[in-house]
Design a protein around this ligand. Structure first.
Ligand SMILES: [Zn+2]
Ligand SMILES: [Zn+2]
Length: 266
């Protein structure tokens, strides 16, 4: 299984536009964060998780030129506003619609914002998106499995666990959540890699702080956990040092981070 972190920034991106961003080190490339998103290749099938405002540039920067299935964790702007650019992937597939899975809230938002892009028929040479409810277990072409659970974030957010039968690899992606409920923790238990929401040091009503994310990481017990959806306050160098000393199995993600999981070669 291959995981590519396209973005690991909070909803406003990092740095904040029109702000001073005190303490933010612009000279550290891993402190520049686009909106949170991952691309997963599982049994050769390309799954795009979320399509934020920078989706097009993320694909160009990191050489993503194939999308077979899309999963939208929820309907917030920072996770869906790049969806229009999916139509080029549809076009490149020569006529096949791309299935887009989400929650009821996520699909409602898509219907409101992108009504012209929905349906299975060609319109003006473009092929449209095929909206579907995310099931608890989705078996993809090729045999990869994506299990879903709901995470609390004001709205329900899809927590996703990817399982690749041929390699035994397992990966959990839990962005945008105030906590990891017991059912989600059990679903992800012992995964090779987990990516968790770790917004900032200070408390927030709908996101986990860095400390809360570290506690959730301990409950899941992943081989390695990476934090995502971070603000400018989570300086890459400072927090990498802190975590190395206190939580050696937790690291910060960065845009462009690539991970390859295969239990046969572990
Ligand atoms: Zn978000
Ligand atoms: Zn959100």
């Amino acid at each position: 299984m291959e995981i590519l972190v396209l973005g690991c920034g909070t909803s406003q991106g990092v740095p904040l536009v029109a702000h001073d961003n005190p303490g933010w080190d612009r000279g550290e490339p891993r402190n520049w964060r686009t909106r949170s998103s991952v691309h997963v290749v599982i049994e050769g099938h390309h799954v795009q998780v979320d399509t934020g405002p920078e989706f097009r540039m993320q694909c160009l920067s990191h050489a993503v030129d194939e999308v077979d299935t899309v999963i939208l964790t929820h309907g917030h702007a920072d996770h869906i506003l790049g969806m229009d650019d999916l139509r080029q992937f549809c076009h490149a597939r020569g006529g096949a619609a791309i299935p887009v899975y989400s929650t009821e809230e996520g699909l409602d938002r898509i219907r409101t914002i992108f009504p012209y892009a929905i349906g299975k028929t060609k319109v003006d040479g473009y092929v449209n998106l095929d909206l579907r409810d995310m099931p608890e277990a989705l078996t993809l072409p090729g045999g990869g499995i994506v299990r879903s659970t709901l995470l609390p974030h004001g709205v329900d957010v899809l927590g996703l666990v990817f399982e690749e039968p041929s390699t035994g690899a397992r990966f959990a992606y839990y962005t945008d959540c105030k906590r990891v409920p017991p059912a989600a923790r059990e679903l992800a238990r012992g995964v090779d890699v987990a990516i968790l929401d770790g917004l900032r040091p200070e408390w927030h009503p709908t996101h986990m702080t860095v400390d809360e994310a570290c506690e959730a990481a301990e409950g899941i017990g992943a081989g390695m956990t990476y934090l995502t959806h971070m603000t400018y306050q989570v300086d890459y160098a400072t927090y990498s040092r802190k975590l190395e000393a206190t939580h050696p199995r937790v690291r910060l993600a960065h845009d462009g981070l690539r991970l390859k999981l295969d239990r046969r070669v572990a």
